[in-house]
Design a protein around this ligand. Structure first.
Ligand SMILES: NC(=O)c1ccc[n+]([C@@H]2O[C@H](COP(=O)([O-])OP(=O)(O)OC[C@H]3O[C@@H](n4cnc5c(N)ncnc54)[C@H](OP(=O)(O)O)[C@@H]3O)[C@@H](O)[C@H]2O)c1
Length: 308
């Protein structure tokens, strides 16, 4: 299975939605998918940052078909509004669940519903969005849902009775647990889609270790300081730019050989061209998947219309 990130399949006629698309991996995935010919919808919480990203793609990809739509994944009403807008579309070929808090706050914070903010942003909003957008994915032959996991899943425990980290919060635990829950969601979603006989694949990816100081500078999108560039370049041996990190979700979106339940990451673990990768047993575990699904329904207040 070979893949050339700079020669991807043609995507004309496909509609792709990318959450958190104004910066980082989400921006570069949007740019690369637009360059492949897809119509790309950048779902972002700041109109100003979304417009900067749309302008950057139009500048860098002549003829790009792109638009922005408002979405704050930590806000229940915003997610419901974005999903309602998606349902009005004729098709949705790829839903790329990328938005995330990567540098979690030092102190525990909560969203308006009282859910821990990193869990809310990195998992609950995407769970709600996917549940509500299911009908448009169902009417698009061969649709895909791509979830961003992380290498952090290798390095942390996953206590199912403490997903909200009430009394036990640290920023590292919040990030790592949210990414474990995101991967569990992606794999459980695929099992449920198979059980329902749906023509939708759920694929999980991780972008290795991708830093902004190793990423091309783009006005309004990626403007790291000289100090950040210097510090990030000291780690060049085992890191890559977010433009290269984006190769992984782009492959998950476009490679005809990718199947539901696949897990992809950079070939050299933290960097490199996308290849199949090994997900932790916990994130693939059926019993964990079933339990987490119930917790996600409870915390998000969103019933997901897919049984086992
Ligand atoms: N970079 C890595 O090495 C790495 C490794 C493993 C996994 N990942 C995963 O890859 C994804 C992207 O990471 P990144 O490095 O590209 O991060 P990033 O550069 O910090 O970009 C994160 C994006 O998510 C958006 N976002 C954050 N909170 C949001 C909210 N409530 N609603 C809507 N959008 C929101 C941000 O928008 P604003 O500009 O509005 O904040 C931004 O566009 C994340 O899911 C992350 O966990 C990254």
């Amino acid at each position: 299975m070979t893949w050339h990130p700079e020669a991807v399949p043609d995507a004309h006629g496909n509609t792709v939605v990318v959450t958190g698309a104004n910066a980082g991996v989400g921006y570069f995935a949007s740019e690369q998918l637009a360059a492949a010919g897809a119509h790309v919808v950048l779902a972002c919480r700041s109109q100003e940052r979304a417009e900067a990203a749309v302008s950057a793609i139009r500048r860098r990809v002549p003829g790009a078909s792109v638009e922005a739509t408002p979405l704050d994944v930590s806000d229940h009403a915003s997610v419901a509004g974005a999903a309602a807008a998606l349902l009005e579309r004729e098709r949705l070929d790829v839903l790329l669940l990328n938005a995330g808090i990567v540098h979690a706050p030092a102190d525990r914070a909560v969203d308006a519903r009282g859910n821990e903010l990193v869990l809310s942003t990195n998992v609950l909003g995407h769970f709600q969005l996917t549940a509500l957008a299911l009908p448009v994915l169902e009417r698009t032959p061969g649709a895909r849902i791509v979830t961003l996991g992380s290498l952090a899943t290798l390095l942390a425990r996953f206590p199912l009775d403490d997903l909200q980290l009430d009394g036990s919060y640290t920023s590292w635990k919040a990030y790592a647990q949210s990414k474990i829950a995101a991967q569990v969601f992606g794999f459980e979603l695929d099992r449920r889609l198979r059980a329902a006989g749906a023509d939708i694949a759920s694929v999980v990816v991780h972008p290795g270790y991708s830093t902004s100081g190793r990423t091309p500078g783009i006005r309004g999108v990626n403007q790291p300081s000289k100090v950040k560039r210097f510090a990030d370049n000291l780690q060049a041996a085992w890191t890559q730019g977010k433009d290269h990190g984006a190769w992984v979700p782009v492959r998950a979106a476009l490679d005809p050989e990718v199947r539901g339940g696949d897990f992809l990451g950079p070939r050299w673990v933290t960097k490199g061209v996308p290849a199949r990768a090994l997900a932790t047993p916990t994130t693939r575990d059926r019993a964990v998947g079933e339990r987490v699904w119930a917790l996600l329904e409870e915390y998000s207040g969103q019933r997901f219309p897919l049984g086992r």
